[in-house]
Design a protein around this ligand. Structure first.
Ligand SMILES: [Zn+2]
Length: 515
C-alpha cells in the first residue's frame, strides 16, 4: 500500500485532527525545503518519490527522522544520553504526533573485523545468556556432569541414613603451607579442634603432639598416611535442631578446608564431597556469559585470541587441485626436487597401511586426509615438512616456500569456535555453543524449536528462547536462512547486511515505530 502524500493539507483543519492518525509537519526548512507542510497518515507504508534533489531525504531523514530520534534520545536518562551523539533540532516549525524513529540506511556500515551475523542480529548474545543460565558442564575425561556440592547435598546424604547411625564428619589435613606436622597440629588446637582421625581411629591432638611420632618433625606436604581432622560427630535423627547442627558443621568443614569434607559412617563407608567446581582432577569454570564471549580475553581462545583463525599453512594452497591424487602430485609443496623425497616416502610405504595413493584428494576420507597432514610411523606428514622449514628460516629458500603456502586457517585449538576450551565443555541439549554457531540458521531454528529441557531449566530459559526463536524466524523470513552465526559481517553483501539490520530492529519489539 503506497500513498503518495507530498501535497500540503487544507488550511489549519489539521490542527483539530487526531494526532493519533497523522504526523503533522509544518514549516520544514532543512536544506532546500521551502516551508513544506505535510500530513502523513500513521500505520501506513509511505513511499516518497520525486526527482533527485527535490528534497525527499531532507524531508524524511533530516526532518522527520532527525526529530523523532532527537525526541527519543531526550527521553533517555542523562547517563544513556552521554553515549549518543547530540542531535541538532531540525529546522521546522513543528512536528506533531511523532513516534520513535528508526531509519535503515542503504549502506554497509560495519567495519568491526570481529562482528559476525550472530553479534549483528544479537542472536549470539541471547545464546550466550542461555548457556550461562542453563548450560551443564561435562568433564572431557569421564564425560560425567560436573557439579559442585552444596551444604544441602551433604546434609541430605546424612539424613538419608537410618536413624541412630553414627557419623563422623571430617576434613583432610591441609597441605597448603610448608609447616611441620607439629606446627600444623598446634595451630589446629588453637583454632579449637581437638581430635584427629587416623587409620580408622580417633586420636587426641594433644596426645599426638606429646607422642614420639617421627612424622611430627616432617613437613605436612610430605606425609604419607592420610590424616583427617574431626569436625563433628553425631547420630542421625529426625529432629530439626539436629539437621541445623549438621548443616553448620558441614559449612565449617567446607570453609576450613577450602571445599573438602568427608562423611564417615562408623563401621561403614566414607564419602567425599567438595564444594569446588571440580571433577577428574580438573577445576572447571562455572558458566557465566563472559565465558562465552570471544571478544573478551576471559572467554576467548588463547591461541587465536578469539578470531577463530590464525596465520598458518593454508590447506587450500597445499592442495590447490583436489581432483588430483597423491600419486598425481596433489600436494603442491611435495612437487619440487626436494619435496619429491617426502612424497616418495609416503608412496613407497602406502601399501603397509593400505593408503589409496591413486584416489583423487577430494574422494579421500577426512581421516585419510588428516593422516597425510600428520604422518605416521612410516612417513612424515605435511605438518612435519613445514615444521622443518620453520626451524630453518635463516635459509632464504625456506622463507620463500613458507610464504607461498601461508594463509589464514582455522585455529586448531578451538577449531574455529573462537572460545577457550572450558567454554566448550558446557552443553545445552547435548550441544556446545561452538557447534551452534557454524550451522545454517534454518538448522539452528529446528534445534531451538525441538529443544527439550527439564521443567526447571525450561522456566529459566523461557524468555531467552522466545527472543532467540523470534530473531531466527525473522532471519528466515527475510531470506537469510542459509547464513550461519559465525559468518563474518565484512564478508556479507550490502543487501544481506541491510536485511540483517532490519532483523535487529524488528526483533527489538518496539511497537508503533516509524521506519
Ligand atoms: Zn582458537
Amino acid at each position: 500500500m503506497a500513498t503518495k502524500s507530498k501535497s500540503a493539507p487544507k488550511k489549519s483543519k489539521s490542527e483539530y485532527q487526531s494526532l493519533r492518525e497523522h504526523i503533522h509537519i509544518k514549516g520544514a526548512r532543512s536544506n532546500n525545503l521551502k516551508n513544506v507542510e505535510v500530513l502523513l497518515p500513521k500505520k501506513k507504508l509511505i513511499v516518497v518519490t520525486g526527482l533527485s534533489g527535490s528534497g525527499k531525504s531532507s524531508l524524511i531523514m533530516d526532518t522527520l527522522y532527525a526529530e523523532g530520534q532527537r525526541r527519543y534520545v531526550e527521553s533517555l536518562s542523562s547517563y544513556a544520553r552521554q553515549f549518543l551523539n547530540r542531535m541538532k533540532k531540525p529546522e521546522v516549525d513543528f512536528i506533531k504526533g511523532i513516534c520513535p524513529a528508526i531509519a535503515i540506511e542503504q549502506k554497509v556500515t560495519t567495519s568491526n573485523a570481529r562482528s559476525t551475523v550472530g553479534s549483528l542480529t544479537e542472536i549470539y548474545d541471547f545464546i550466550r545468556l542461555l548457556y550461562a543460565r542453563i548450560g551443564k558442564t561435562y568433564s572431557p575425561i569421564s564425560g560425567d556432569l560436573v557439579r559442585k556440592h552444596e551444604v544441602s547435598d551433604v546434609v541430605e546424604y546424612i539424613q538419608k541414613q537410618k536413624n541412630g547411625t553414627k557419623i563422623v564428619l571430617m576434613i583432610p589435613i591441609q597441605k597448603r603451607y610448608e609447616r611441620t606436622l607439629h606446627q600444623e597440629l598446634y595451630l589446629l588446637m588453637q583454632k579449637g579442634f581437638n581430635r584427629l582421625y587416623i587409620n580408622g581411629e580417633l586420636v587426641d591432638i594433644e596426645n599426638k603432639l606429646e607422642s614420639k611420632d617421627e612424622n611430627l618433625s616432617k613437613s605436612v606436604t610430605k606425609l604419607k598416611e592420610p590424616i583427617h581432622i574431626l569436625i563433628d560427630r553425631f547420630a542421625v535423627s529426625d529432629k530439626e535442631e539436629n539437621k541445623k547442627r549438621i548443616a553448620d558443621s558441614v559449612l565449617t568443614a567446607f570453609s576450613e578446608s577450602e571445599g573438602d569434607c568427608v562423611v564417615q559412617i562408623m563401621g561403614g563407608i566414607s564419602v567425599s564431597y567438595n564444594s569446588r567446581f571440580e571433577l577428574d582432577g580438573i577445576l572447571f569454570q562455572e558458566p557465566t556469559h563472559q565465558l562465552f564471549n570471544y571478544n573478551n580475553p576471559y572467554g576467548a581462545c588463547p591461541k587465536c585470541e578469539g578470531y577463530g583463525r590464525i596465520l598458518g599453512i593454508d590447506p587450500n594452497k597445499v592442495v590447490p587441485d583436489d581432483s588430483r591424487s597423491l600419486y598425481d602430485e596433489a600436494i603442491a609443496c611435495w612437487r619440487g626436487e626436494k619435496g619429491k623425497a617426502w612424497l616418495n616416502q609416503l608412496i613407497q610405504s602406502a601399501h603397509k597401511f593400505d593408503f589409496p595413493v591413486h584416489k583423487p584428494w577430494r574422494d579421500l576420507s577426512d581421516d585419510e586426509q588428516l593422516l597425510v597432514w600428520k604422518g605416521n610411523g612410516y612417513f612424515d606428514g605435511v605438518e612435519t615438512f613445514f615444521a622443518g622449514l620453520q626451524a630453518k628460516t635463516y635459509k632464504i629458500q625456506n622463507r620463500v616456500l613458507l610464504a607461498r603456502y601461508r594463509g589464514r586457517t582455522n585455529c586448531n585449538d578451538c577449531k574455529g569456535g573462537r572460545l577457550r576450551k572450558e567454554a566448550r565443555y558446557v552443553m545445552v541439549a547435548g550441544k556446545n555453543i561452538s557447534e551452534l554457531i557454524n550451522i545454517p540458521i534454518d538448522e539452528l531454528y529446528v534445534f531451538f524449536n525441538k529443544i527439550k529441557l527439564n521443567k526447571y531449566d525450561a522456566k529459566i530459559a523461557e524468555r531467552i528462547l522466545t527472543e532467540i526463536q523470534s530473531r531466527l524466524q525473522t532471519m528466515i523470513d527475510v531470506g537469510l536462512s542459509y547464513l550461519s552465526l559465525d559468518r563474518m559481517s565484512n564478508t556479507l553483501s550490502g543487501g544481506e547486511t541491510q536485511r540483517i539490520n532490519l532483523t535487529r530492529t524488528l526483533g527489538s519489539n518496539l511497537t508503533n515505530s516509524l521506519y
